[in-house]
Design a protein around this ligand. Sequence first.
Ligand code: NAD
Length: 473
Amino acid sequence: MQNIDTIYIDGAFVTPHGDELFELFNPATEQVIGRVRLADAQDARDAIAAAKRAFPAFSRTSKRERVDMLMRMHAAVAAKEDALYEAITEEYGAPVSRGRWMAQHAANVLLEAAKVLEDYPFTRRAGIADVVMQPLGVAGLITPWNSDAGFICGKLGAALAAGCTAVIKPSEMSAIQTHIVTEALHEAGLPAGVFNIVTGRGETVGAEISAHPDVAKLSFTGSTAVGKAILRAGAETLKRVTLELGGKSPVVVLDDANFDEVVPLAIQAGFMNSGQACIAGTRILVPQQRLAEFEARVQAEVARTQSGNPRDPQTSVGPMVSKKQWERVQRYISVGIDEGARLIAGGEGRPEGIDAGWFVRPTVFSDVTNDMVIAREEIFGPVLSIIAYRDTEEAIAIANDTPYGLQAYVFSADAKRAREVASRIEAGRVLVNTLAHEPTAPFGGFKQSGIGREYGTYGIEAFLEPKAILAAS
Ligand code: NAD
């Protein structure tokens, strides 16, 4: 049992003013593995005050000083990789390879921020003016549970690179992972108040940060519904807002695609992070004339996909993070059946032989039409929809017929043709014949998948405001 009874304010671990105790679970066993004492609105105000006090000095630090700090943070988080991996497995249930990647990713995003900062020009010329990119002030960073450490470090890295100070509100369900990251970041020895971490509920701590007049910038990753509430809360004081929200990403399989290569990639894109990924490719668009062939290959691929004990190296789909999330996914599978979609793999209930843990059967529906609930709403679990199309024009129309626009995938034997299709898809990122990641490229959504971009120079600029200085010579 882990008891986490401190939050991090003004460079120190302190007892929260809030006194609510929240249970932490191992989603693979449903056992309680810890308890966290949650922060409240008063704690959020204290953290904001600390970040506000730290801002004047921190915003004037040199680029070199901030690069050094980010490198120290990187080293400190990297040194905790094994502890973080263990916590990710225990508290979140990520399978081995995913959990290891997540633990390394948390450190890597800090290194990336340092590299981008090295080359970032804070001053430029526009005609007779000097344009200075100036940090916005105190940044409120609100993160979800599906990649706790990565989101904390990614947002913090960009905010600090820009010269902002920060108050972070992670998910209350990830308190053990957050505690390890906080210890690491503390060891990096930054000036007091530069970052503060207050684990608490969204409705209290998150809401206080979103509305507080001393917070200049909000960067949020989470659901579209909460993103809209945050945008409204921030509007009163015109906060700058970056929102990374949900997705319903299309996987466009063109009629010339080689299914030997494409089917494993499509299944990987759909079931990544146990399906709890905003970028998961959940609508697979397949040419009508090759549908039967595609379905048969998908069935064979899913039969090889193991959902179960995250510590088993053969497992690629771990449990859902919580009972609530498990029930949500089960509800969507039942809705898909009721809507008349045809199950070609998986279905309701737990995988065979498993009677505890929030495990889902990796599920694929075919005969899905794009107006069905399972094709329109984000399920956030390993449940995929195959939608047949007649020609490429229709495939593009279906791909874009969604309120979301975070990511898309295009697969074709003809790279040029695939790129042409990619150019017509409304999404912040389109992967063509690959599942590669590029940490310096912008990441974020079109439409209701969000506002603004993270990563690379785009990510740093989200925490900066241009100021033009025109002076008589
Ligand atoms: P969520 O929106 O419920 O919660 C996200 C964070 O916001 C949590 O820390 C939560 O406590 C906080 N929060 C909740 N209510 C709040 C309020 N009223 N004011 C301020 N903060 C509040 O999302 P979740 O269930 O934790 O995560 C899953 C969602 O996140 C999915 O919809 C997924 O698509 C999205 N997501 C998006 C991305 C992306 O980069 N676009 C990445 C990962 C997850």
